[in-house]
Design a protein around this ligand. Structure first.
Ligand code: NDP
Length: 600
C-alpha cells in the first residue's frame, strides 16, 4: 500500500468525488457532435486572411519526394533529405506559406508552450538563438521561413494547394498526386505531416449564423478588424468594442490578456477552467546560449527533457519547467519509498499524490491572483493531464481588470448566439465581436481530417486498411503503401509535451531509409506484414492509449467524455513511453539492418 507519501494530507477520496461531480456536470449526449467544422459550415470564416491566393498553371512533373503539409514535419523532413542529397523535394501546403499551425495561429499572444530550446526544430542547423524561453508565434513563423530558405524548400513548394487524391502506380513505382489546383504529378516517395490539430471547429450553437457583429475563429484572427499585429501592437480597433471570447482552453489563455488590455469590455465565456500554472518566461541571453550550446546540443536537450518526463532519475534538468516539475515531484515521492515498495500500484499512487499537490497549488494560484467569486470559478477540478496543462503569467491577472468579466457557466457552456450577442446562464450579453477559441477537430479518422484518401498497392484504400484502427510499423511505414511515410506521433513516441520531437526523430528515419533505398537502387520500400503486426501487438502490451480516460473532465483528450472506441485504442505509443521509443529507433537506425522493412 502507498501510505506515507508526501501529499497524503489531501483527502484523496473527497477530491476524487469532487472531480467526478465536476465531470458528470459536463457530460453531454451529443459528445463530439456538438461541434461544427469551420470549413464546411462557415466558409466565409474559413478563408485565409493572411496571404492572397495567386493563380498558377497545374503542375504535371515528377519529383523524388513530395510531402503533404508545410508545417514542422514537412520542413524537417525536407531539411534532412536535402542534407542527404535529395534535391527535388516538393511540399504541398494548404496555407499561403510554411508554418502549419504557426501559419494559421496568429492570434495575439500566441506562444509556444514548450521551451523554445527544444520546441523549435533545427536551431543548431540554422544557428538561430530563440529570443525567449517560450518564443512568440511571429518568431516561430519566421523560423519556419528560415528553414525553408536555408534548405531551398521554397523552390518547389505549392502553396494554397490541397491534395485531393494520392494513388500508388505499381507499374511505375510512383505516387500520383492530385490537388484542388488541377495538379497531377508523380513522386517516388511521399510523406504526410498534416498535423493533429488543423481542422478548426466551432461550437454548434443555435443562431451562430445570425450574429450581426464581427466573428472569427482564433486561427483566422482578423487584424484588419481588431487593429494591432501578431507582434503585439495594441489592437486599437477594439478600443470601443465589447468582445466575447468563447472557450477557455490553451488558446484562450494566451488570447485573453491581450484582448483584455485593448478592448473596451471583454466577456470570457467559460465552460471548464484550464489549469494555469506559472510561465516564468524570460529573454535568453547570448552569453548563456553560447555557454550551453555546442555540437549536438539540441538533441542532448531534447533527450534530457524526455528523460525528465520519464521514469528514470536523470542527473540534471536542462529545461526546468512546469512539465519537468511534475516528473520531479513523482520521482521525489518514489525516492522516499523503500525499493521493495516501488510497485506499479504504489508508483501510480505517488503519481496521484504528486498530481493532487500540483493541482492544489494551481487552484490556490487562482484564488491568490484573482480572489473572490471569479477566483473560485477559475479553479480547475480535474487531474492535470486530463486537459492540456496551461502556463501563463498574465491570464489570471487579466480577470482583475475592471473591463474583463468571467462568465462562468457551471459546466453548461454558452446556450446560443443571437443577432446581438451571446446567451449564457439565461442572460444575453450584447457584444460587437465574438472570438471563437473553440479548438480543433480531434479523433475523427485520418482521411476525414486530411481531406483525401490514399490508394496503395492493389487498389487498397488507407481508409479501409485502417477501418479497424491504425496499423503501422514504427508509426511511420504502412504495409501495402510503399514509399510512404506518415510523419506523426502515434504508434511511435506519442510524446505530447514536445510535439516537434516526434517529427524531428521521424525525419531522421525517413532520411536514413530513403538514402539507403537510393544508394542501393531500390524502387520501393515498405514494411512486411509480419513486422507491422508484431509492432502493433508489442504496442498493445503497454499501458494503452494515454488519452481517452473517461474519468477525466470532457474534452478532446477523451472524446468529450465518451472515451475513444475500439479503433482509437491503436492511437498509442511505445510501452516504455517516449524514451522507450526514441532509444529503440535510435538503435534500429544505427544497426543499418532496416529490420522489418522490405526493399525491392
Ligand atoms: P480546446 O479544444 O482546448 O478548447 C476549446 C474551448 O472551447 C474549451 O475551453 C471548451 O470548453 C470551449 N467551448 C466549447 N464549446 C463551448 C460552449 N458552447 N460554451 C463555452 N465554451 C465552449 O482548443 P484550444 O484551441 O484552446 O487548444 C487546442 C490545442 O491546441 C491545445 O490543447 C494544445 O494542444 C494546442 N495549443 C497549443 C498551444 C501552444 O503550444 N502554445 C497554444 C494553444 C493551443 P470545455 O473545456 O468545457 O470543452
Amino acid at each position: 500500500m502507498a501510505t506515507a507519501h508526501k501529499g497524503s494530507a489531501i483527502d484523496k477520496e473527497a477530491l476524487r468525488r469532487k472531480y467526478a461531480e465536476e465531470r458528470d456536470k459536463r457530460l453531454r449526449a451529443d459528445g463530439a457532435a456538438q461541434y461544427k467544422r469551420l470549413e464546411s459550415e462557415f466558409s466565409d470564416l474559413a478563408t485565409d486572411p493572411y496571404t492572397p491566393r495567386t493563380e498558377r498553371e497545374p503542375v504535371t512533373d515528377h519529383v523524388t519526394f513530395a510531402f503533404i503539409g508545410g508545417g514542422f514535419a514537412g520542413l524537417v523532413v525536407g531539411a534532412r533529405l536535402k542534407e542527404a542529397g535529395i534535391t527535388d523535394y516538393r511540399i504541398i501546403e494548404k496555407g499561403g506559406d510554411f508554418g502549419g499551425t504557426w501559419y494559421w495561429n496568429r492570434y495575439p499572444g500566441a506562444q509556444c508552450d514548450t521551451a523554445s530550446m527544444i520546441y523549435m526544430p533545427l536551431l543548431e542547423e540554422t544557428g538561430h538563438m530563440p529570443s525567449e524561453k517560450y518564443a512568440h508565434a511571429p518568431e516561430i513563423r519566421d523560423h519556419c521561413s528560415r528553414i525553408g530558405r536555408q534548405y531551398d524548400l521554397y523552390d518547389n513548394a505549392l502553396f494554397h494547394t490541397q491534395v485531393t487524391d494520392l494513388e500508388w502506380d505499381e507499374g511505375r513505382s510512383v505516387w500520383i498526386i492530385r490537388t484542388d489546383r488541377g495538379d497531377a504529378f508523380t513522386a517516388k516517395y511521399v510523406g504526410m505531416g498534416t498535423g493533429p490539430l488543423h481542422v478548426a471547429k466551432l461550437p454548434g450553437l443555435e443562431g451562430i449564423e445570425t450574429f450581426e457583429g464581427k466573428s472569427f475563429h482564433t486561427s483566422r484572427w482578423d487584424y484588419a478588424y481588431t487593429g494591432g499585429t501578431p507582434e503585439g501592437d495594441p489592437m486599437t480597433g477594439l478600443a470601443d468594442k465589447r468582445v466575447a471570447i468563447i472557450g477557455t482552453g490553451a488558446t484562450a489563455v494566451q488570447v485573453v490578456p491581450n484582448v483584455s488590455r485593448d478592448a473596451k469590455e471583454l466577456y470570457v465565456f467559460q465552460r471548464t477552467p484550464s489549469s494555469v500554472d506559472e510561465r516564468n518566461n524570460r529573454p535568453l541571453e547570448r552569453d548563456w546560449f553560447d555557454a550551453v550550446t555546442g555540437p549536438g546540443w539540441q538533441k542532448k536537450w531534447q533527450e534530457n527533457f524526455v528523460a525528465n518526463l520519464g521514469v528514470g532519475f536523470p542527473p540534471e534538468d536542462l529545461v526546468d519547467d512546469g512539465w519537468t516539475d511534475l516528473g520531479k515531484r513523482i520521482r521525489a515521492q518514489v525516492i522516499d519509498m523503500p525499493p521493495e515498495e516501488r510497485t506499479p500500484a504504489n508508483i501510480m499512487a505517488a503519481f496521484e499524490d504528486a498530481d493532487n499537490q500540483k493541482m492544489s497549488e494551481i487552484r490556490a494560484r487562482a484564488e491568490e491572483i484573482v480572489g473572490g467569486e471569479a477566483g473560485e470559478k477559475l479553479k480547475a477540478w480535474y487531474r492535470q493531464l486530463c486537459k492540456r496543462p496551461c502556463f501563463h503569467d498574465e491570464y489570471l491577472q487579466a480577470f482583475t481588470r475592471e473591463n474583463t468579466h468571467l462568465v462562468d457557466t457551471d459546466g453548461q457552456g454558452v446556450e446560443r448566439i443571437t443577432a446581438k450577442g451571446v446567451v449564457a446562464n439565461g442572460k444575453e450579453y450584447e457584444t460587437d465581436c465574438i472570438v471563437y477559441a473553440s479548438g480543433f477537430e480531434v479523433g475523427t479518422d485520418f482521411v476525414e481530417r486530411s481531406g483525401y484518401d490514399v490508394t496503395g498497392r492493389g487498389g487498397q484504400k488507407l481508409s479501409d486498411y485502417w477501418s479497424g484502427g491504425m496499423r503501422s510499423f514504427h508509426g511511420l511505414h504502412v504495409h501495402g503503401f510503399p514509399n510512404m511515410f506518415f510523419v506523426q506521433q502515434n504508434q511511435a513516441a506519442a510524446f505530447i509535451a514536445n510535439y516537434p520531437h516526434n517529427l524531428v526523430d521521424h525525419a531522421d528515419t525517413v532520411a536514413c531509409v530513403v538514402s539507403h533505398a537510393e544508394e542501393q537502387g531500390h524502387a520501393a520500400v515498405e514494411p512486411s506484414k509480419e513486422a507491422e503486426t508484431k509492432w502493433v501487438e508489442f504496442l498493445l502490451t503497454g499501458p494503452g492509449a494515454r488519452i481517452g480516460n473517461t474519468e477525466c473532465t470532457p474534452g478532446y483528450y477523451n472524446n468529450e467524455g465518451q472515451g475513444y472506441g475500439e479503433q482509437e485504442r491503436f492511437a498509442l505509443g511505445h510501452p516504455a513511453g517516449a524514451q522507450g521509443f526514441f532509444t529503440h529507433i535510435d538503435q534500429w537506425r544505427k544497426s543499418g539492418k532496416f529490420e522489418g522493412l522490405e526493399f525491392r
